[in-house]
Design a protein around this ligand. Structure first.
Ligand SMILES: Nc1ncnc2c1ncn2[C@@H]1O[C@H](COP(=O)(O)OP(=O)(O)O)[C@@H](O)[C@H]1O
Ligand SMILES: [Mg+2]
Length: 253
């Protein structure tokens, strides 16, 4: 059984009286334990919507989600997930340890555990030496790393990251990527979204290509490239979308 499963997942946003946006259309996919699974797609393809549905922050119009055998609203699911949103907003005047304490308390984690984990996490993300700095003095890369640490405060089995390297410079990207690989090796299952082809190529064990709310294809990069006779990820991406545009939506709906 997959750690995360969606079946026929759809989301329609209603704007005003008659306008509707189909953000996600009949998406069925599974994420296995131990994977780094990448949802890849251009802006507006439904990536964030999909992640928010998994987190139970928004509600599906149709379809079902199972996380570790339970639905997305269960306490077990919540306890086992860490989430790093696309544009996290933190309290500027707190230090790294204070932020981690705040998030730890939200999870009702005992203070002694929070404090041990804080130390471990600050070392892990390379912010231990900056522990006395308030976040307003952080660089973008440091903010991303404290966010990652915060998403790990509950020692989750599953880590969900929305566009984890967007806005980071090449060094920040590499640091984040290396960290994700390290976390995966330490046993975390990772689900990330990205519109960066190269990022996904470098870290993900399997990918799902999203386009206009449709899941066009999913599998290992090698497998997909073979199926589509693509030379690289970019070529695969273009070919998948071309196929969708020429064959129409019927096959995917
Ligand atoms: N809260 C919302 N209300 C209305 N439309 C939305 C909302 N959130 C997202 N959308 C629309 O749904 C589509 C998918 O958006 P999103 O899931 O954010 O895509 P991505 O993360 O891939 O950029 C887009 O057309 C977007 O404009
Ligand atoms: Mg998004």
């Amino acid at each position: 059984m997959a750690l995360i499963e969606t079946r026929g997942l759809s989301k329609i946003y209603t704007l005003g009286k008659n306008r509707q946006v189909v953000a996600l259309n009949n998406v069925t996919m599974g994420i296995e334990e131990g994977e780094i699974f990448g949802i890849l797609g251009p802006n507006g393809s439904g990536k964030t919507t999909c992640l928010k549905l998994l987190l139970g922050i928004i509600f599906p119009t149709e379809g079902e989600i199972e996380i570790m055998g339970e639905n997305q609203y269960s306490v077990t699911a919540k306890k086992n997930i860490g989430f790093l949103p696309e544009n996290p907003y933190y309290y500027d005047y707190l230090t790294g340890p204070e932020i981690l304490k705040f998030y730890g308390k939200l999870f009702d984690i005992p203070l002694s555990v929070i404090s041990t984990r804080t130390e471990e996490l600050l070392h892990l993300v390379g912010l231990y030496d900056a522990r006395n700095l308030t976040l307003r003095h952080y660089s973008k890369g440091m903010l991303e790393r404290i966010g990652l640490a915060a998403s790990l405060i509950n020692d989750p089995k599953i880590l969900i990251l929305d566009e984890p390297t967007t806005g980071l410079d090449p060094i920040g990207c590499k640091e984040t990527r290396d960290l994700l690989i390290k976390l995966n090796q330490a046993g975390k299952t990772i689900l990330l979204s990205s519109h960066f082809l190269s990022e996904v190529e470098r870290v993900c064990t399997r990918i799902a290509i999203f386009h206009r709310g449709y899941l066009l294809s999913s599998g290992t990069l090698d497998g997909l490239m073979k199926d589509y006779q693509a030379e690289n990820l970019e070529d695969l991406f273009v070919k998948t979308i071309e196929k969708f545009d020429t064959q129409g939506k019927q096959e995917f709906a």
